[in-house]
Design a protein around this ligand. Structure first.
Ligand SMILES: [Zn+2]
Length: 397
């Protein structure tokens, strides 16, 4: 029997696009892909297209890096924490232009939390079709009972090394981000501990004072979970967590981009202070995201879903329901940012927050990209060189 002695390199080329790298915008641009990575990005006239390449015509539409969501709990009835949740979410996320995500796990009694972590870790290892799960974001359980948001504070607990070890083991070492309230008990000590394992420590569900945030930054804090939501707000005599996030350039600020959890002016202030390289838009989407408007039963409550939000019958927001492509629209239409700038918050910034070669269209980066139509709807989504979604509206074959 003769086996192949050399691995076949698959070439693909995107032509005729307005390519947002996002450092520059190349009209009539070409992206050359080989072996799951980007090989070249340039003007059409300057690139020789390999003869054996599969060619995709972007039809003059935008070609952008794939969207990266650092904070997502579910989608279309799928809960990221349950057995097949991540596996079922991954292909659906590609329809929204999301190419990579951090499935997020919330607090529970320790044995149940271990089960949740084990289920997600297994899905990450199995590498489902579609968007790529990048590891796990553990949102808690080292949180402040004063800022529970939608969570049950009974499951919050202080950081303790032995317990964290159990979570780390259950997660097969795939924790990439942990949200914590540094002011509670021994939680400040968790920061260097997380950094030692390559985990991004993120402040969230926190009632810390400005001084406590500053101390956390001194210990290595670099990230904030859903800025403004479930954290001590700004007061001119006590700038709180929000003031700390605004002021410290070391902190990359996640913010929910649905235009409801944070007023567009709140988004604009954050962007003006930190710039697009300091802000990572997140969906914080729940399993209600992407479902048609209507009334649903969720966690024992009646939730009313409309086109933009999900609320309990008393009006309280019940998690977010829109994905990052919609967040991009909030930034372009309501904050009036040009697309190529808005785009940084859903591509380069989240990729850099995790230190990944993603989020940019440049040689050597992973070939994660999206062709977006003028209405910001994905026409084609590619993950590491593989087409994982293709709209019938995209021409060709
Ligand atoms: Zn949260």
């Amino acid at each position: 029997m003769t086996g192949r002695i050399t691995e076949e390199v698959t070439f693909a080329v995107i032509v005729n696009g307005v390519v947002c790298t996002p450092q520059e915008v190349i009209a009539n641009g070409v992206v050359v892909i080989a072996g799951g990575q980007i090989q070249a990005v340039d003007h059409q006239a300057k690139v020789s297209i390999p003869a054996q390449a599969k060619v995709f015509d972007a039809m003059g539409q935008h070609v952008i890096p794939g969207l990266i969501d650092l904070h997502i709990h579910g989608l279309e009835g799928q809960d990221a924490m349950l057995d097949a949740g991540v596996t079922n979410m991954a292909p659906r996320l590609a329809h929204y232009g999301v190419t990579a995500f951090l499935p997020t796990v919330t607090p529970a009694p320790l044995p149940e939390l271990e089960e949740r972590l084990a289920a997600v870790a297994e899905a990450v290892v199995q590498r489902p079709q579609g968007a790529k799960p990048l590891g796990i974001h553990l949102e808690g359980p080292f949180l402040s009972p004063q800022q529970p948001g939608m969570m049950n504070a009974a499951h919050f607990r202080p950081f303790a090394e032995a317990e964290f070890e159990r979570m780390w083991t259950a997660a097969q070492g795939l924790l990439r981000m942990v949200t914590l309230a540094p002011e509670e008990a021994d939680n400040m000590r968790a920061i260097p501990h997380l950094l030692d394992r390559g985990i991004v420590p993120s402040i969230g569900h926190s009632n810390a004072t400005f001084m406590q945030v500053t101390e956390a930054v001194r210990r290595g804090l670099t990230h904030a979970s859903h800025t403004y939501n479930a954290m001590r707000g700004f007061h001119h005599r006590e700038p709180g967590v929000v003031g700390g996030v605004w002021l410290h350039p070391q902190i990359t600020a996640q913010v929910i981009g649905d235009g409801t959890h944070v007023h567009p002016a709140g988004l604009q202030i954050l962007l003006q202070i930190k710039g697009v390289d300091g802000v990572a838009l997140v969906s914080d989407a729940t399993l209600l995201a992407g479902l048609p408007p209507g009334e649903y039963q969720w966690e024992g409550e009646t939730v009313i879903v409309d086109s933009r939000s999900a609320r309990l019958t008393n009006g309280t927001l019940a998690g977010s329901t829109v994905l990052l492509n919609q967040g991009l629209r909030t930034l372009t239409e309501e904050v009036r940012l040009p697309l190529e700038e808005a785009l940084v918050t859903v591509t380069r910034t989240p990729a850099r927050a995790l230190g990944l070669p993603k989020g940019e269209l440049a040689p050597g980066y992973d070939a994660d990209l999206v062709i977006l139509d003028a209405d910001l709807r994905p026409l084609l989504t590619m993950v590491e060189g593989e087409v994982v979604f293709r709209s019938p509206d995209l021409g060709g074959h």
